[in-house]
Design a binder for this molecule. Structure first.
Ligand code: TYM
Length: 332
């Protein structure tokens, strides 16, 4: 594969903790597909990040390649983008150790995701969970990335990445490019259908709140029919109407219509009709992705080969940054 050096670099990752959610798709992967047309793109499965919570090793192994198939099914094209697995490019972990020594306890303590996850996993608040954003900073900085397409929940991690990079550059001279988040205006935070005040998450225990990209069409439509909304009947976007606003954002993201256009389209309709229409649009969008997925996931040898090839190229790029960091620090 040819990767032109003139193009700006895009990089992003996803954890293999489960089947991707509609939130992952709308908030991140839909953009990954779009960006690969004009940028040099690197997309990876963040399996090392998944060690911060306990996972069955066989399940993690299986899900890692399943997730590669999901990425490809969602439109990531290995002819245009590098696809690899985080653990197969050891330079990420090597840089992460260095960056930990340039990250303060205080700033990591302020990360909202650390606080949330500590509450959820109170019996296992491990050092990896605490240092999680530093490994993420290493993932990004090692490729001199320009933009990082993510959902809103990862923005704080990108801010700390920039802080760490800045600190290092100030001490040792220009070493890391400062990356910028690439976040959709709408759909950067897809909310749970069962509780529209909390984020839709692939590890959600309430299956009604969560749409996975592999849910069968009938399940999808039923979950949307049950989506929690307020009691008013008019369909409009407003911060104090999180339920209906979430549905409008989903419809808008998948139809490429602006929210106002969607409001106008459903002007004369009630909540019931609108919920079915959103469910149908989601099911229609996901149907070809599901077909592709079930086809691709069968050839695990090919998925593994794609990742190994991707890791080789990524590793070569990553080594350049790591070498310059080690040199600056006097690490032999
Ligand atoms: P992860 O696996 O939790 O999520 C992958 C991507 O999906 C986005 N996302 C959402 N967007 C909108 N609405 C939602 N409900 C929603 N849920 C998830 C996330 O913002 C993310 O962009 N730490 C990262 C993985 C990672 C990474 C990186 C990302 C590791 N290293 C370097 C970018 C660059 C994570 O856990 O994402």
């Amino acid at each position: 594969m040819m990767i032109s050096d003139k193009k700006k670099t895009i990089m992003s990752g996803i954890q293999p903790t489960g089947v991707f959610s509609l939130g992952n798709y709308i908030g991140a992967i839909k953009n990954w597909k779009k960006l690969q047309e004009d940028y040099k793109c690197l997309y990876f499965i963040a399996n090392l990040h998944s060690l911060t919570v306990r996972m069955d090793p066989e399940k993690l192994k299986k899900l890692t390649l399943d997730c590669v198939a999901m990425l490809l099914a969602c439109g990531v094209d290995v002819e245009k983008s590098l696809v690899f697995i985080q653990s197969q490019v050891p330079e990420h972990s090597q840089l992460s150790w260095v960056l930990q020594c340039y990250t303060q306890f205080g700033e990591l303590s302020r990360m909202t995701q650390f606080k949330d996850k500590s509450l959820k996993n109170s019996d296992n608040i491990n050092a990896g969970l605490f240092g999680y954003p530093v490994l993420m900073a290493a993932d990004i900085l090692i490729y001199q990335s320009d933009f990082v397409p993510i959902g809103a929940d990862q923005k704080q991690h990108l801010e700390i990445t920039r802080d760490i990079a800045n600190r290092f550059n100030n001490l040792y001279g220009q070493t890391f490019k400062l990356p910028q988040p690439y976040v959709s205006e709408l759909g950067d935070r897809v909310m749970s259908l069962a509780d529209p005040t909390s984020k839709m998450s692939k590890s959600d225990k309430n299956k009604n709140g969560f749409i996975s990209i592999l849910d069968p069409p009938d399940d999808i439509i039923n979950k949307f029919k049950k989506a929690v909304t307020d009691s008013e009947a008019r369909i409009y976007y407003s911060p104090d109407k999180p339920g209906i606003s979430n549905l409008l954002a989903i419809y808008s993201a998948l139809s490429d219509l602006g929210v106002e256009e969607v409001e106008r389209k459903f002007e004369s309709k009630g909540y019931g009709d609108f919920k079915v229409a959103v469910g149908e649009l989601v099911a229609k969008t996901l149907a070809p992705i599901q077909d592709q997925y079930y086809h691709l996931v069968k050839d695990r040898g090919e998925l593994a080969r794609i990742c190994e090839k991707g890791a080789e190229v990524a590793s070569e790029m990553a080594r350049k940054t790591l070498r310059s960091v080690y040199e600056k620090l006097g690490i032999l």
